[in-house]
Structure formats: C-alpha cells, structure tokens
Write a protein that binds this ligand. Structure first.
Ligand code: ARG
Length: 456
C-alpha cells in the first residue's frame, strides 16, 4: 500500500509494525475536529491565492461530504493510513480526485493534530463544566432541604461537633466551585490556535493564521510555531483539573459508602444506584459510589502518564506525543460519566434525618459546648477544657453522656455551672449557636445557601 509519505522509502513495514505505530484505532474520535480544521485551512488557502479559489471550494465541498458521512458513521478507517489525518486525506482524494492532495499545502500533521486537540478539549471542557454545575445543583438541593438536619461532624473520623447536614453538602459545593473555576480558567490556554505553525518552523506560503483561528472560533494564535506544535500543557492542565475534581468526587463517594453502612445509617441510596449480591440476599451495595472512588485511579494515572511522556522531550513534535490521546479521551469519558452518575445519586438519595439526629444525642460531640460555656463565664479556656475532659471521663466510667449528669454533679466539677447548661448542651442548640461567619449555625448556612444559589 502506497504511503502518503512513501517517496523516500524503498521498503515497507510489516503489518504488525504498522499496527503498532498507527493511532487510527483511537484518534478517530477527532474526526469532526480534523475535518473542521481542514475546512478552515483550505478556505484560507483559497482566500490567500495559495491555491485557486475554485479548487479550494471543491476541496471544502469534499470535506463537507466527509463530515456528513462521519456523522452518519459511514467512514471506513484503515490501519495502513496510520491516523485520522491521513485516513481523511485519502478519503478526500477518493472523493474528489487528485486535487484533494492540495489540502496539505502549507500545513503539517503536527499543527493539524495540535489544532484537533485544542478544538476537542474546547468542546469537552464546556460539557464537563456543565456537568459540574448540575452536580452542584443537586448538592444545593439536598442542602436546602436539610438546613436543620443535625448530624455528627467528624475529624479523624471521630465524632467532633454536631453540624448541619446542609453545611456538609455545601462544603462539596464550594470544592466543585473551585474545580469549575479551574476548568474555566484553563480555557484561556486551550482557546489558542496552533494552525499554521506547520511542521515546526512556519511556512513559506503567505498563509493567514488569524483568519483560520477566527474561522475555528479561537481567541488567539500561538506566538511561536515551535511552541505551537510541541505544547501539550493544555492537555496536562485538563488532566490535572480532572484529577482534582474526581479526587473530590472520590472523597464524597467514600462518605456515601460509609453513610449507607449499617454502622452509620445516615442515608439510603435509590435502588437505581445500588446493586445486590449474587450470594447474600440482604445486600444493597453502593456500587456506583465505589466505582467512582475507583475511577479516580485511572484519571490520576492519566495525568501522571502524560507528564511522564512529556518529561525530557526535546522540541518540537516527537512521536511520543501520539500517546497524549488515549488518556485524554479516557479522562473525558470518565469525567462525564462519573459526574452524571454522581448527580443522579445525590438527587435521589434519602437523608435519614432521625437517625442522624439520634446519633448526635448519643455521643460527646457537645463537649466543646460545655468548655465554651465555662470560658464564656470567665474560666480560661485551657482550664475549662480540663474540667470538661474530666467530666467526659466520669461519663465514660458511669456509662452515660454529659446531658445525663445531674446538675449537682456538674456543679461539683465546676461551681459556675448553672441550670441553663442543659439547653446549651443540646446538639441542635450547639449547631444553632455556631453563628460565626461561615460556621454551621442555621442562620449562617442560610446565608451560605443564598450565595451558592447565585452562582448556579
Ligand atoms: N498520529 C500523530 C499523532 O497523533 C499525528 C502527528 C504525526 N506527525 C508526524 N510527524 N508523524 O501524534
């Protein structure tokens, strides 16, 4: 089979070597971007009198035809054409004849593939951002319904202080807000056209890079042709932003997995997001949450893989860079799938308010309340801490909680304690009184909710 670059070769590779070098099995995902880039390029060639206008139009028409076929899933790719670029060039020539061979004037696969990748990520990052917003809305919704749902807040996975469940949900809202911001910011560096850098050095033809950039909807062009073809920072950045986002998802996934266990019993997942066991009839497993926790592994792996490919690569294009694609595609699919599933899971989960509240009535997470109460009465906080610590120990020995101690026993520990302590010690009161800015107090959570809503 004759190669597009076969002129200086007298011998061809065996099929298995060709297969190893080919990228068509995966870069066909760039088919529409590649055609779009070619249409812009050939229009520019015609407009700049680099090729006759009628030929440019003929080529553009052929490309439009290929686009229709691509959308209908009618294109047949072949390994011997190596990649999406050469496959399409061959198809174009078959479609319109030898004039199709003029398309590649003043262009290289190096700026072509970089252009495809920029176009692809520009689209996909927007889709991912949309999905982040949807997940944020789902969290916001659960938060709105649960401002006054009190449940244990943890540090070290030990009961710490009671909090509003809405506050917990909103913590993830803000995490995702930062993720959204990172993707949004990365757009500046995705939205640049490498087209016209040609192989690495620019071209002798009087091309118009600004025209093609405008045709393709890019805001600017690379200033340096060598940078243009060798830059994959925008891919690294995309993978890094994805890795951090899915790390956030995996943290919430872990909490959901814990919360659905009998030990916590704080939420129940909708049946659609759980599965059973083939042997244990009672099981309801939080599979989707586990899977997303697991998928963070491949997304982080894709980031590390890409950085490793780039490390030590000399300028400009190197075939190593063909390895930039599978991780990127995989990350796009994994992120969209995970975000969609997560949104549905959060939307449909049932919050068990009663179980949550009864949990905080059976622990020492109101101990800080008592220490604060004493500190407010003028006892140095460090001493108050010691007094309460001893009371907790007494409770443990007597197998009860702080609210079970009679007033005289409390007063024995500290004479400043009065009848009003019992109100202070109730977990609901503890949450309500944490009214410092950004705290879990119901009023603060409501303010936070309003701010969050304005962002959606
Ligand atoms: N399939 C190649 C890739 O994905 C396209 C660029 C090839 N360029 C070259 N000079 N061999 O990286």
């Amino acid at each position: 089979m004759k190669k597009a670059w076969g002129g200086r070769f007298s011998k061809s590779s065996e099929q298995w070597i060709e297969e190893f070098g080919a990228s068509i099995s995966f870069d066909q995902e760039l088919v529409l971007e590649d055609i779009e880039g070619s249409i812009a390029h050939v229009k520019m060639l015609g407009k700049s009198n680099i090729i006759p206008l009628d030929e440019s139009e003929q080529i553009a028409a052929g490309l439009h035809k290929l686009k229709q076929k691509a959308e209908a899933g009618e294109l047949q790719y072949s390994i011997s054409e190596e990649d999406i670029h050469l496959n399409l060039e061959k198809m174009l020539i078959n479609e319109i004849g030898p004039v199709g061979g003029k398309l590649h004037t003043g262009r290289s696969r190096n700026d072509q593939v970089a252009t495809d990748m920029h176009l692809y990520l520009k689209k996909q990052v927007l889709v991912i951002m949309e999905h982040i917003k949807e997940l944020q809305s789902a969290l916001l919704n659960q938060a709105e319904k649960n401002v006054e749902t009190v449940f244990p807040g943890y540090t070290h996975l030990q009961r710490a202080q009671p909090v509003s469940f809405a506050h917990h949900m909103l913590a993830y809202f803000w995490m995702l807000e930062r993720d959204y911001g990172r993707f949004e910011d990365s757009m500046k560096r995705i939205d640049i056209s490498p087209l016209g850098a040609s192989a690495l050095a620019g071209t002798t033809f009087p091309i118009d890079r600004f025209y093609t950039a405008e045709q393709l909807g890019f805001s600017s062009v690379y200033e340096n042709s060598m940078d243009a073809v060798s830059d994959r920072d925008f891919v690294v950045e995309f993978l890094s932003n994805s890795a951090l986002t899915i790390t956030h998802l995996s943290r919430l996934a872990e909490e959901i997995i814990l919360w659905t266990s009998k030990e916590f019993s704080f939420i129940e997942l909708d049946d659609a997001y759980a599965t059973g066991s083939s042997i244990m009839p009672q099981k309801k497993n939080p599979d989707m949450a586990e899977l997303i926790r697991g998928k963070s592994g491949r997304v982080i792996g894709n980031l590390v893989g890409m950085l490793t490919v780039l490390k030590g690569l000399p300028l400009t294009y190197n075939k190593d860079m063909q390895e930039d694609k599978e991780g990127m595609f995989d990350t796009v699919h994994t992120m969209i799938g995970s975000l969609k599933i997560f949104t549905g899971m959060i939307k449909t989960m049932t919050v068990k308010n009663k179980e949550m509240e009864s949990a905080v009535n059976q622990d020492f997470s109101n101990a800080t309340e008592l220490a604060d109460y004493l500190a407010a009465k003028g006892i140095p906080f460090r001493e108050a801490h010691e007094i309460v610590g001893k009371l907790v120990l007494t409770c443990i020995q007597q197998n009860c909680y702080l609210l079970d101690l009679p007033l005289d026993q409390l007063q024995e520990a500290c004479s400043k304690i009065e009848e009003d302590v019992f109100v202070i010690l109730s977990p609901r009161e503890a949450v309500k009184r944490r009214n410092s800015y950004g705290g879990t107090g119901f009023d603060q959570v409501k303010i936070q909710l309003e701010k969050a809503k304005q962002l959606i």
